[in-house]
Design a protein around this ligand. Structure first.
Ligand code: ZN
Length: 318
C-alpha cells in the first residue's frame, strides 16, 4: 500500500494543490529597516497561526522586529498605495502584479507617490515594535524569507521537532496500543536567524514543511516520503487552518513562545503497511535546514475494543 493511503483524502488533496504551485522567480532586496544589508530579527513567519477574537488565519507576511518610531524604508522602487481602511499601512507596487506591504507603519508618503529603493516611507506605529512586511505576487502572498528575497537572511539552524504523537478525538494515545485509525501530530518549530530580544526573546516560527514516511524495525523505509504540511510557499486560505494546526497551537506572545501542533496525518492506519514499526518525520525550514525524528508505534492487540473506528470530521472547519 502506498503512503498516500495512510492519509485522509482531504489532506492528500491539500498536498497536491500546494505541491503543484512552483514559486515564481524572485529577486533579492534589502531589509525595510536600517541597516538594509544586515539580517534583522523575525518574530513571526509566513503561515504562522494567528488567532483573532473569532477568526483563525495564517500569517500573511513576516514580522520584522524594530522599535516603535523606527524609520521604515521601501525595499524596492514603486508607486505608493494608501488605503483609508488601513491607516497604518503603506503598500508599494513594484510591478504590475508585485506589491510590498508595510503594516503598523505611520506613513510619511502620499497616495500614488513614486518612491525609490531605500526611500523613507514611514515610522513604526506606537505599541507595535515591529513591521509586518508582506510580498504579494499576483493574488498570492509569498514568503519574504524564501531564498532570493529578503537579503541577507542567514539561518543555519535546523527546525526542532519536540514531539511526534498519536491522538484520537483530541485524546493522546499510547503509541504502542494504537486503534485502527488515529491522527499523527507533530509539534515543531524553527528558531533560526537573528533572535528577537526583550519580551519576544524565544519567539519561534512554524517549520516550512513536514514530510512523513514509515520505517521498519530494521530502520529501512517501508514507504516513500510524503509531504504532509507545506507552509513555506504562499499564504494558505483560512479555511485550511484546522486541517494544518491542531488544538493546543498558539502564536508567539510576549514572554511565551509559540507552540505549533501540526497534523502530519489524519486517519493514520497503523496496520496498513506490513513491517512498519515507526513513523519518521522530517521538518524543513525555509532555508532547507532539516531535522528528522522517529516515533515507534504498534497497533493495539484488540482493536475492536476501540470506539473511534469510524472516520470523523477533524474540526469545525473541516
Ligand atoms: Zn505580522
Amino acid at each position: 500500500m502506498s503512503s498516500e493511503h495512510l492519509l485522509r483524502p482531504a489532506l492528500a488533496a491539500l498536498f497536491i494543490v500546494l505541491a503543484g504551485a512552483a514559486p515564481p522567480a524572485a529577486h533579492a532586496y534589502g531589509w525595510p529597516v536600517k541597516p538594509f544589508d544586515e539580517p534583522h530579527a523575525i518574530r513571526g513567519g509566513l503561515d504562522d497561526p494567528r488567532f483573532g477574537q473569532r477568526s483563525r488565519a495564517f500569517h500573511f507576511g513576516v514580522d520584522v522586529c524594530a522599535p516603535d518610531g523606527a524609520p521604515v524604508y521601501a525595499v524596492s522602487a514603486g508607486v505608493v498605495h494608501l488605503d483609508r481602511r488601513f491607516r497604518e499601512t503603506v503598500a508599494v507596487r513594484a510591478g504590475s502584479a508585485h506589491v510590498f506591504g508595510y503594516w503598523h507603519v505611520v506613513p510619511v508618503v502620499s497616495h500614488r507617490q513614486h518612491v525609490s529603493e531605500h526611500q523613507l516611507i514611514g515610522h513604526v506605529a506606537a505599541g507595535w515594535g515591529h513591521v509586518h512586511f508582506s510580498e504579494r505576487r499576483g493574488h498570492r502572498y509569498v514568503d519574504p524569507l524564501a531564498r532570493g528575497r529578503l537579503t541577507p537572511f542567514i539561518d543555519h539552524a535546523p527546525p526542532t521537532i519536540r514531539q511526534v504523537s498519536f491522538v484520537l478525538h483530541a485524546r493522546r494515545l499510547d503509541p504502542f496500543a494504537l486503534p485502527p485509525s488515529a491522527d499523527v501530530l507533530v509539534e515543531a518549530f524553527d528558531g533560526g536567524g537573528v533572535h528577537p530580544a526583550g519580551p519576544w526573546e524565544g519567539a519561534v516560527r512554524a517549520p516550512a514543511r513536514l514530510a512523513l514516511r514509515l520505517v521498519g524495525a530494521d530502520g529501512r523505509p517501508r514507504t516513500a516520503w510524503l509531504t504532509v504540511v507545506d507552509l513555506g510557499r504562499r499564504m494558505l486560505p483560512a479555511r485550511r487552518f484546522w486541517q494544518v494546526y491542531a488544538p493546543g497551537t498558539r502564536q508567539n506572545r510576549p514572554d511565551l513562545p509559540g507552540r505549533y501542533r501540526l497534523y502530519a496525518a489524519n486517519g493514520f492506519l497503523p496496520d496498513a503497511v506490513e513491517g512498519a514499526t515507526a513513523v519518521q518525520v522530517r521538518a524543513v525550514d525555509n532555508r532547507g535546514n532539516v531535522t528528522v525524528a522517529l516515533q515507534a508505534f504498534a497497533a493495539a492487540r484488540a482493536p475492536h475494543a476501540w470506539p473511534g473506528r469510524a472516520r470523523r470530521p477533524l474540526a469545525p472547519a473541516w
